[in-house]
Ligand binder design. Structure first.
Ligand code: DQQ
Length: 538
């Protein structure tokens, strides 16, 4: 396998060599952020042997790639080291719980500890005797029991952890709860902490507290009356979550809603993001979620380019003031890559208009733009109404459907003849006696290449366009567009493979293809510098 070192930019900073997927056990320890990730050192696709790749950073932007942290070495993980999580014990030592594929290819939970806890780079890990510490329960298939969470301590000081699973002969997905006094002996709790009849296997489960007010992150064991809990499960290609109240006295998690395995489920991202993991960053008291962005090209393409899979920009997450959903925003450190800046004052965008944003590197950029619909209130014309079937709503995720208010937004990674572009846009439609804002990312014209999956994606953005501007931040990086709507209320990540709109040939436009004029009340755009990625081939 050729190990290629493509020119690296921001999102590409996380382009990790050969195949990687899914976040594993990120953590902050002795001044370093650690990113562990599923890695196939041999081929740019999911392999029979997967290891824990390992990179470290002091700022979440510039990275040093180290040797793999975990590789198959004991009967419990001889056929792969799959996903898991890190936990920092009260005395400050980090430990890992992860899924091993054992000699019989059963998925079991393995405990690993740092060989030298005084090494801030945590380069070497050892697997104490007593492994595996958990094995699939009898009602769970041996290949549906994986991805243990970060553990937390209840009021009684006992450890708790969850493992994602599916029930035998059913479509029930669940998070199985385990207790432990010593982090080695784990006892399964009578009932799962949460389950759903309709989702199938829950991968990469995550469970953590969020403060009911403010943005500060909380360490995983915090629980009190000003805390709620989030349970995230990866299924159906999405990272979905519910918010609820957890008591360690009863070990009951009362969720406000259920997983339905439909578009109604709350998602971290309405585009391409999966197998994320959140961790508490004690350096800055924030909770950071890190997701994996899959390839949408072919295996053959991945073999040609020599790598596959990238990590999204780390996101700070906190509870939205309504308490009904999470907010997400790129970690502030990414702003340190901002270089040349252009800013535009308020402009009226007539229906059918398009305006190039020049003066920045459109293929590697950070854009913040806001739109305003001053006439919406007294617009008596019959707007597009949302009282239509779901299929029509989904059609609305395409930028080619012309409405009254919308589509308006950005054409990113656009060729100058617009034959290639990814449209990130909004629509405002009537909903009952108010309005709904749809936020969409239309990849259908993102590439002239074949064998690429091009989705039209969208979701409802939870703001009232009569009283607040419609804001959008896009981090554009060659083959990734991360779009944050409404200050982080909704996020859509698109993975695209333009053939013409690459490097200096890429363009950026603001557009309004709706019938009605909208006001672009402000736009700030920055060229983004490359992050430094080095291999510490010690
Ligand atoms: N990928 C890992 C599993 C996890 C899945 C294996 C998530 O542990 O469930 O590479 O994409």
């Amino acid at each position: 396998t050729s190990r290629v070192y493509p020119k690296l930019a921001i999102g590409e900073a996380a382009k990790l060599f050969a195949f990687n997927n899914g976040k594993k056990g990120p953590l902050y320890y002795k001044g370093f952020y650690h990113l562990f990730y599923q890695h196939n050192p041999l081929n740019p696709f999911f392999g029979d042997i997967m290891v824990w790749g390992h990179s470290v950073s002091q700022d979440l932007v510039n990275w040093i790639k180290l040797e793999p942290a975990l590789s198959p070495s004991v009967p419990s993980d001889i056929n792969s080291c799959w996903s898991g999580s890190t936990t920092i014990l009260p005395e400050g030592k980090p430990v890992i719980l992860y899924t091993g594929s054992d000699t019989n290819k059963h998925q079991v939970t393995v405990l690993a500890e740092p060989k030298d806890p005084s090494d801030p780079l945590l380069r070497e890990w050892v697997k104490p005797k007593g492994n595996p510490v958990m094995v699939p329960p009898s009602n769970v298939p041996v290949d549906c029991f994986r991805d243990p969470t970060t553990a937390w301590q209840g009021h009684d000081g006992k450890w708790r952890a969850l493992v994602g699973a599916k029930e035998k002969d059913s479509n029930k997905g669940m998070a199985i709860l385990y207790h432990s006094d010593d982090f080695v002996q784990w006892t399964k709790f009578l009932v799962p902490l949460l389950e759903s009849q309709v989702t199938g296997m829950w991968e990469c489960v995550d469970f953590f507290p969020v403060a009911v007010t403010g943005k500060e992150g909380l360490d995983t064991s915090v629980n009190n009356s000003s805390v709620r809990h989030v349970l995230k499960a990866s299924y159906g290609g999405n990272d979905c979550y519910v918010i609820g109240t957890y008591s360690s006295e009863t070990d009951v998690f009362s969720a406000d809603s259920e997983f339905t395995n439909t578009a109604e489920d709350l998602r971290y991202d309405y585009g391409n993001l999966f197998a994320s993991k959140a961790f508490f960053d004690s350096a800055k008291n924030r909770r950071i979620s890190w997701g994996w962005i899959m390839e949408r090209d072919s295996n053959e393409d991945d073999i040609v380019k020599g790598w596959a899979g990238i990590m999204a920009i780390p996101r700070e997450i906190w509870l939205e003031k309504s308490g009904k959903k999470l907010m997400q925003w790129p970690v502030e450190e990414i702003n340190n890559l901002r270089a040349k800046n252009v800013s535009l004052d308020s402009k009226q965008l007539e229906g059918g208009s398009i305006l190039e944003i020049s003066g920045i590197t459109a293929s590697q950029a950070d854009i913040e733009v806001a739109f305003d619909l001053p006439d919406l209130e007294n617009d008596t014309e019959a707007l597009d109404s949302e009282e239509v079937d779901q299929a029509t709503i989904i059609d609305g995720y395409s930028a080619s459907v012309k409405g009254f208010y919308g589509p308006f937004g950005l054409l990113a990674l656009a060729s100058n003849d617009l034959s290639e572009h990814t449209a990130i846009f909004f629509r405002v439609i009537r909903r009952g006696n108010g309005y709904a804002v749809l936020m969409c990312s239309d990849e259908s014209k993102s590439s002239l290449r074949d064998n690429i999956e091009k989705a039209t994606l969208g979701t409802s953005l939870d703001i009232d366009p009569r009283h607040e501007k419609i804001s959008l931040r896009c981090l554009i990086d060659h083959s990734v567009i991360e779009s944050y709507g409404g200050g982080g209320r909704s996020v859509i990540t698109s993975r695209v493979y333009p053939k013409m709109a690459i490097g200096e040939e890429a363009r950026l436009y603001v557009f309004n293809h709706g019938t009605k004029a909208v006001t672009m009340s402000s736009l700030e755009a920055w060229s983004m510098r490359k992050a430094q990625i080095n291999s510490n081939e010690t």
